[in-house]
Structure formats: C-alpha cells, structure tokens
Design a protein around this ligand. Structure first.
Ligand code: ADP
Ligand code: ASP
Ligand code: MG
Length: 443
C-alpha cells in the first residue's frame, strides 16, 4: 500500500486514516496473523504456551506473524505509575511509556520461540512499518509499510510485532492506538500482507450473545457479520476493538476470534450472506465509560451546535449520542455523551467557549452507562425498540438518552443499573442458553 500525504476529514471533522480510504487489498497469501491479548501472555507459562501454538502453525506450513499485547494488567499498571508521578502527563510521554508493555511481550515470546528451535524476530510497531497520524494515545493508522516483516518472513522467520503502537512520520514519535489497539495492529498487518486469516486469541472462546463474564447464560455465536460486529464493538463489546473490525470489513480480512486456552473453533466474523440467519436481536452490549454532558439554555440559533462540535472534533474528543431538546423561550438544552476520561478536556474546552456560544450552564455526569441491543434482523421488524424500553421500564430503569441505527438501539442509563439491564434484555430477547427459540419472542 502506498504512502499518501493527504489526510481527509470525516463528517465530524476527524482525520480519516488514509489506509482506510483505500480499497486495494493485496492478493491473498498463505500467511496467518495471530494476535494474543493480555491474558494470553500474562506470565511465563502463558507465553510458552503461546510460543508453542505459534510454532505449531509454522510447522503446519504457514508463514506466521504474531501480534502481542502487554502482559496482563501491564497497561493499567503503567497508567497508574504515570498518575503517581503527574496529574497531567504529556501524551507523548504516555505513549513512550505505554508502548513499552507490548515491546516486552514481543521480545519475551520471541525468546520462547527461539528456545523451541525456531527463528524468531520481534519488531516494534515502528519497525513493523505501522505509520500513524500524530495524535498521541489515540493515533489512527495511515499506512502499513511491512518491508521488514516481509523480509523476515521470506527469510523463514516467525515475526513478533508489538501491538497497539506505531510511529508518526511527521514527528518521528512513537504513538499508541487507544485501548484494545493490538486488535487493530493485527488486522491492519493482515490486510497489508494479504493474510489468509487473522486469528484473535483471547480469554473467551469467541464472541457471545453478551459479555459471558456478566451473564453466565450467554451463548457463543459461530458466525457474526461485519456489520453486527461493528455495532457490537462500537457499543462496548470489548472483545474486538472497533477500528479492527472496520479494517477487516474494508479489506475483507477473515477474522476468527478464539480462545488461547483451547483448540476449539471460535467465532468467525464474515461478510453477511443472504442465507445467513438474521436474528432480530443477536447480542446485548454495554459500555461503562460513557459520560453525559449537558449544555443548558443554549441560544437556539443556527451555528451554535456546529461551533461546539467542530471544537470537540478539533480537540479529538469523540462524541457519541447527541440530543437537542425542544426550544423554549429562544433557548434549548443540548446533551451528548463522551468517554468519561474526556470529561476534564471537554469541560475546559466548553467553558472557554461559554461566552461565545452563550449557554447558561454546563453539567457533566460520569455516572452513566450505555446498554444496546444489536441485530441485523431488526431492519425488517418494527417494535424492537419499544420492547427494549418496556423491559427497562419493567425493571424500574429510567432511560436518560436514546439513539438508534438500522440494526442497533442504545439507551443511556445510570451506571448502577447496568447489570440488571443487560441480564433482563438478554433474557427478554431470548438469547440465553435456556431461552425459548429466538423467533418466538416476536411471535
Ligand atoms: P484481550 O486482552 O485478549 O484483548 P479483552 O479483555 O480486550 O481481551 O476482550 C475479551 C473480553 O471481552 C472478555 O473477557 C469478555 O469479558 C469481554 N466481552 C464483552 N462482550 C463480549 C462478547 N459479546 N463476547 C465475548 N466477550 C465479550
Ligand atoms: N495493552 C493495550 C490495552 O490494554 C492494547 C491491547 O491490549 O490491545 O489496551
Ligand atoms: Mg482486547
């Protein structure tokens, strides 16, 4: 894939990664990309098991690139370490710090592989040719230049790539891709190499109807369409990072989410086919990191919303849901959700615009969560949203905000109700192992 220096802006003013605007995937090869998450490489035992699995794939005849995450809670520990030192650590230094976690894993797994008698080389994101924009802690991939990866594969080596990181060719600084970013590293490399599959090894054995750690009756799905997986990832299912699914869909990368502790078949993320069963609701997701921001008594005139959200986009703050209330006496309230970590920046930014925009008060509430139902069959079935609201009402859960897409309905609720809401929705839409057949729910 060629480097390009033009970076466009999307509808919200965010830069569009150039790589993602291209569609020229290379020809398929027999290479496989295997990605191992934090739990999969948590300690020496786990790393040796991962090394064995990689070697088995190599023995079976495939060139292998393995992308690894930081061990266990390393990333969280590094973040805490930074907070002990500084209340507002510079983001560039955060990236220097956080990228170390993945580098440690890559080097250690390479050692374990070499002990098994195979040649292995570990590469940082930068050495692997992951070129990003310069937005520290949430960089987007602009280009993959996997020359060193390819050379090492051609020389018969197993390549370990430190996930979650890249380099900006503008600043020459190390960047990180945001939480869960190793998934995106893996899929982007798989796309650039034309890999036949990108295997995501994790601590659950596939994608479930909801988080199996929250709802024990959740069922494993054998196939999920890209479209549904995108909505699931966007609404909080952490099993795959959203951008990794976007890449996979754009480049047609076959994604297989499976357990690093067993050889069982996991979940395939695939192109939707006509004969695929389209469940009305196939999963329930939740996100605990949502925070609600309200601008009270905003003058109801053209340009105010544009001004606010352009400034938010320029500050690289992702806004999810937005609602504007009915205008009363020439003013209106605007509420929107952001990640709770973005609250301090959001508040500082909006306060600096208070006079210019003319709103009367600003309120930020981090005690929020978002629950969503996702399902491709929703497109052709009315009444799904109403049923969701009913279920929440039956459980005495107040809805603070609502948003819908053609295959998803999301509600913002108080954080404390999350588990009850997810369990009740999972049950009501017939998703559990012991539930009635799903179709019966809608008769
Ligand atoms: P890794 O460190 O391997 O990247 P993550 O913690 O990022 O693993 O993602 C796996 C976790 O995602 C699981 O442990 C599970 O709790 C959570 N999860 C949330 N929703 C789902 C879902 N629908 N299916 C499977 N796992 C889910
Ligand atoms: N280590 C990073 C995180 O914890 C990236 C990843 O694991 O994908 O978010
Ligand atoms: Mg992850």
């Amino acid at each position: 894939m060629d480097a390009r220096d033009d970076v466009g802006l999307d509808a919200t003013g965010q830069p569009v990664a150039v790589l993602e605007a291209q569609s020229d995937a290379p020809e398929r090869t027999s290479t496989i990309v295997m990605k191992f998450g934090g739990t999969s490489v948590a300690d020496a035992e786990c790393m040796k098991r991962v090394a064995l699995r990689i070697v088995e794939a190599r023995r079976a005849g495939s060139p292998v690139v393995a992308v690894v995450s930081a061990r266990g809670d390393t990333t969280d520990d590094l973040i805490l370490m930074a907070r002990e030192i500084s209340t507002q650590p510079p983001e560039r230094e955060m990236d220097m710090l956080l990228s170390a976690g993945e580098r440690i894993s890559a080097a250690l797994v390479a050692m374990a592989i070499s002990d098994l008698g195979f040649q292995a080389i570990s590469l940082t994101g930068s050495q692997a040719g992951i070129v990003t924009d310069s937005v520290h802690t949430r960089a987007k991939i602009l280009d993959i230049r996997p020359f060193r990866v390819q050379d090492a594969l051609d020389a018969g080596k197993i390549v370990l790539v430190a996930g979650f990181q890249g380099v900006s060719t503008v600043t020459n600084d190390v960047t990180t891709l945001g939480r869960g970013g190793s998934d995106t590293t893996a899929v982007a490399i798989a796309a650039a190499l034309g890999a036949r599959v990108c295997e995501i090894y994790t601590d659950v054995d596939g994608v479930y109807t909801t988080d199996p750690r929250m709802v024990p009756t959740a069922r494993k799905l054998s196939r999920v369409s890209y479209e549904e997986m995108l909505e699931m990832a966007a609404s909080g299912a952490k099993v795959l990072m959203l951008r990794s699914v976007e890449f996979a869909r754009r480049y047609g990368v076959a994604l297989h989410v499976r357990s690093s502790f067993s050889n069982d078949e996991g979940t395939w993320i695939v192109q939707e086919e006509e004969h695929m069963e389209q469940a009305i609701v196939s999963s329930v997701t939740y996100a605990l990191e949502d925070a609600k921001v309200t601008l009270h008594r905003v003058p109801d005139r053209p340009g105010v919303a544009a001004r606010v959200f352009t400034a938010m986009a320029a500050a690289n703050i992702n806004v999810d849901m937005i609602i504007q209330n009915v205008s009363e006496g020439g003013t209106t309230d605007i509420s929107f959700t952001v990640d709770e970590d973005d609250i301090p920046t959001t508040v500082a930014l909006l306060e600096s615009m208070r006079e210019e925009c003319g709103f009367a008060a600003l309120e930020a509430d981090a005690d929020m969560a978002k629950v969503s139902i996702v399902g491709a069959g929703m497109k052709s079935h009315p009444g799904v949203a109403a049923r969701m609201f009913e279920v929440l009402a039956e459980n005495d859960i107040n809805i603070e905000m609502i948003s819908t897409s053609s295959i998803k309905v999301s509600c913002v609720i108080r954080k404390q109700h999350t588990e009850r809401a997810v369990q009740a929705l999972h049950e009501a839409f017939g998703l559990g192992k012991d539930s009635v057949e799903r179709d019966e729910v809608f008769g």
